[in-house]
Design a protein around this ligand. Sequence first.
Ligand SMILES: Nc1ncnc2c1ncn2[C@@H]1O[C@H](COP(=O)(O)OP(=O)(O)OP(=O)(O)O)[C@@H](O)[C@H]1O
Ligand SMILES: [Mg+2]
Length: 223
Amino acid sequence: MIEAKEVALTYGDGTKALKNVNLTVQPGELVYITGHSGSGKTSLLKLLMGIEAPTAGKLTVLGQRMRKGNDRKLRKLRRKIGPVFQEFKLIERRTALENVMVGMRILGIPPRRMKQEAAEALKKVGLEHRLHTPVEHLSWGEAQRVAIARAVVRKPVLLIADEPTGNLDHDNALNILDILTSFRDEKTAVIITTHATHLIEGQAATYIRVKEGEITIERRGEA
Ligand SMILES: Nc1ncnc2c1ncn2[C@@H]1O[C@H](COP(=O)(O)OP(=O)(O)OP(=O)(O)O)[C@@H](O)[C@H]1O
Ligand SMILES: [Mg+2]
């Protein structure tokens, strides 16, 4: 579902964020991306989501060639991707339920079903008791779970989370990773960047290490 061949990303100011990235990701794969701050992890996710376009090489995501100026096609593609961003982009004054429903509007689902499915998604992330709480009253970890519910409610085939464990203690970080990886199935790939390398060791997954814009890939077998 992802194929990158000699992909590079150089930002407008000349920063070479990614160099010579070769990568394939299959449906159902679990991918962890690690690396120091500034190494290029978020830049890689931005390429996969079409927020940035490669400045060299060839990148295909879900059959769509990613290049500049493909906006209409990219909007369609983004509906199949569930992003969980570092800054959640939640609407603070709206409830958890309302925030999850925001992402569903464009899908044209009838309102009652929308509400049901949003509540179900919040239940899956353990927030059934917070449906009607404004996001501004939630803890960081709870808000992170609302962001996950909002991403998965659209049943994406690619779930992408950027540093979802950021501000969390050990147990809560582990909980968030468990929730995210639980959405992986034979159709759905899950890609997560994290600094919490001690939490992800020893899993059957693809580990991508980013160092100064270059990646190394290690696939660890089914446990
Ligand atoms: N829009 C931009 N314009 C210019 N340079 C950028 C831009 N966005 C990121 N960079 C630079 O690209 C490099 C990679 O940044 P990126 O955000 O991908 O790192 P990261 O691995 O996600 O870091 P962190 O762990 O701190 O989130 C950094 O040197 C950063 O300063
Ligand atoms: Mg980042």
